[in-house]
Design a protein around this ligand. Sequence first.
Ligand code: PLP
Length: 458
Amino acid sequence: VASAPDAVPEPAQISPALLHRSLHQQPYKVTSAKGLYLTLSDGRVVMDACGGAAVACLGHGNEEVLAAVTAQMSTGVSYLHSLTYTTDVAEDLAHHIIDGPHGAGRYGLERAYFVNSGSEAMDAALKLARQYFFEKGEPRRTRFVSRKQSYHGTTVGAMNVSSNLPRKVPYANFQSENFSWVTPAYAYQYSNWEAGETEAEFAERLVEELDLHIRTLGPGSVIAFIAEPLVGATSGCTPAPKGYFRGVRDVCDKHGVLLILDEVMCGMGRTGTLFAFEQEDIVPDIMTMGKGLGGGYSPVAGVLVHKKIVDVLRKGTSSFNHGHTYQAHPVGCAATLAVQRILRREGLVENVARLGRWLYPFLLETFGSAKYVGDIRGRGLFWGIEFVGDKVTRAPFPPAVGFGVRYQATCFELGVAVYPGSGTVDGKKGDHAILSPPYNVSEVELRRIVEVMKKAYD
Ligand code: PLP
């Protein structure tokens, strides 16, 4: 079990030849990993309680996934261009996700499209949605509506629908009037709780806001509304209030607007059902998936497309006007199929739901009365703790305090990696930490993780 060294060594220096994400911060160098544990180049062992960014759903170094990758490589078919060729492994993966009693096909989501990152999946989703209306003879639909304080990725399309303001500052030239944002379903910070607004009233207000927003933009001008069923990185595992997504679906249907759900972070079992939308009593027209899809064993993400869109594209003048060199990469598909088969065979999604029911009361018991813990929320194995400077007013710490980043660093020093969130977006966001361990984590390990997190807080 991870333990805190007496003196914390400096993180390893990285080669100046590598353009790392941060030019100011030294990352930690990892030399090996197994299950929940990462070994750093300085010999320390850290419990990976967040799987990077909710990615490593099986933990690290799974032998069965390694064997599947090796087997695919040994056929000699490690790369084929997806325009000309297909492979059994890509088709088997699509069948695994679409067909059968667990499949997305039950909801009319009948095709899977595999790409290499969540951002690419989002761009593909936006283009599919636009092409749907283009083929239908409604080219005047040009607008996308999403939510404030959202993150949908880093490529230009995904960035444009995101409202992660600090990250977008240098790229204002990419923006256009075709992108706009409504209030997020983030009750802790955006509901009128001081005035006694209930969650149901909050949900109703947001649905009315969306309806008005679409009417103001002009019915017939909006392509799609985009949302994460349970918001991950930008607000710390925030589920929507009950009834919100039902209302959103009805508004979209009323205006003929498509509903795109971004399940890149919260999907593929993370919240205790294979698809997060299954807990919302709705079905999206397009859904994106990533992270837990391949569990980090391959850079893979995907898009699930509803029959109604497939039918229009099939009758249309062209095929889907999109594609990547490494789309449906055979080795990536082999790793992904192995991950998904293990999840199903070992009942790991059910395990997520079971552990989530145990974890929530334990988090409440451990952190509930802590002075700076404003909210604890999530589902399954996807939990956020929001830290605020003032619990009475819910006011976040001033950004200069850097509470989230400092908290993450302290957890790390004590041997637990959590995913951080900090900084203020639209003046509303408290710092938070995300706990998203692998689906096969044990109760003992989870208990230890939460105890270390509390020690770091103290
Ligand atoms: N959508 C959501 C909800 C995400 O959390 C992320 C990444 O954090 C993305 C999209 C983009 O995925 P990727 O980083 O794989 O491009």
